[in-house]
Write a protein that binds this ligand. Sequence first.
Ligand code: MN
Ligand code: ZN
Length: 492
Amino acid sequence: MKISFSSPTLPKSGVLVLLLPEGGALAGLAADADSRTQGQVSRAIKAAGFTGRRDSTLDLVAPGGGYNRIVVFGLGAPASLRHLDLEMLGGAIAGVLQSVKAESAVIAADVTMGGLQAKESAALIGSGLCLRVYSFNHYKSKKPDTRQLKDAVILTPDAKGARQRFPAFEAVAEGVHLARDLVNEPPNTLHPVAFAERMKPLAKLGLTVSVMTPAQMKKLGMNALLGVAQGSDHEARIVVMQWNGGKRGDQPLAFIGKGVTFDTGGISIKPAQGMEDMKGDMGGAACVAGLMLALAKRKAKVNAIGAIGIVENMPDGKAQRPGDIVKSMSGQTIAVLNTDAEGRLVLADVLWYIQDRFKPKFMIDLATLTGAILVALGKEHAGLFSNNDELAHRLSEAGYATGEKVWRMPLAPEYDKIIDHDVADVKNTGGRHAGSITAAQFIQRFVNNVPWAHLDVAGTAMDGPRSAINQSWGPGWGVRLLDRFVAQYYEK
Ligand code: MN
Ligand code: ZN
């Protein structure tokens, strides 16, 4: 889809989208020389009793004046609209345009909204359009309908400003779409080796992409991660992506993702019901990949590392057993009591490696780690665990700004005791109670004094919340959150 910005002179074809403040007048049409159309729309608004209430729409088919349709969107009180509301508005507009099979549209966004600059509100609406227009249909042998939104022109008094502002949003949307594609992809095609291969072309954007093989991991002593992978025919991979857009020598920000391309549970096998969803057990890794794409594409002024640990957890004659003890790269020994608590084993080695090699400013890991986080928070918040109040606060703020919300959960020595083991240093499960917390405590044992946050995204990164800007099973959750977090706090 091509999105462009233009000053408010209305082309007269396709679908025209107008924005109506509650109880207000049609700003978009004010610039229209065609007073007949304006009169018709005003009469229709009156006749339909359309007040401009937020989230309401009025659809006028074949209104004349050269348009196929005019769709009027209620804005509510424009002054109350925040950044996210405008993205959601863009998403809602895209939803309507898709449902009426519009191929081209003109969106009259020349209304002052939320005290935002005209270029900002226009770019945000464009962002919402991009985020919403997404489909994952390569597996349909017949394409359902070829008519889709190809062209959208957003009318704004500051077209030049919007053109400068928009590419950063477009970059983030592209990152979100990459994350969605990865999560939606079936597990027979997106196995660990294939996932790593798909990261290599990101080097074209200026990222340094390096891929680690099991032989290299073995040398480093990453037996926690390798133990998870040993039941699979597909070799494990670790991909490290580096973006150096900041000052030379500035400590990098590190993002680490759990990439279990399919989680059967291993020998502690999961029930059949819903197991197919475990193709999404790499949602954390997908987010990190999407984030790195976004940072590189918009040339973020920051040094960042994205690291993903990619394995497939399968039952097999070679698979690890409940009761096995493995020695992690950190030197700590782990009793694997439940082979379905595998994500933390992967993270243990990747986090250790990243803090050891790169001395990051902080580490943030994302993992579809526990069902328990869904019990606690549902799909509306991801669980946030952190050893650092500033980091936690900043993530919360970025969450509210982007609608990808996080809720802080506790860490405490009392919980940590639960995962002590009588033979090994630590066990990989603390039982049912406080399951998300003991999982986070486990990960914390592999974090030294570096500021760290862990996001348990089991409820949000696969089959996540649907909204005006996302209708996909794989939501690409976290890319916008972390991009905002980086832009807001680390690029100044
Ligand atoms: Mn599992
Ligand atoms: Zn898992």
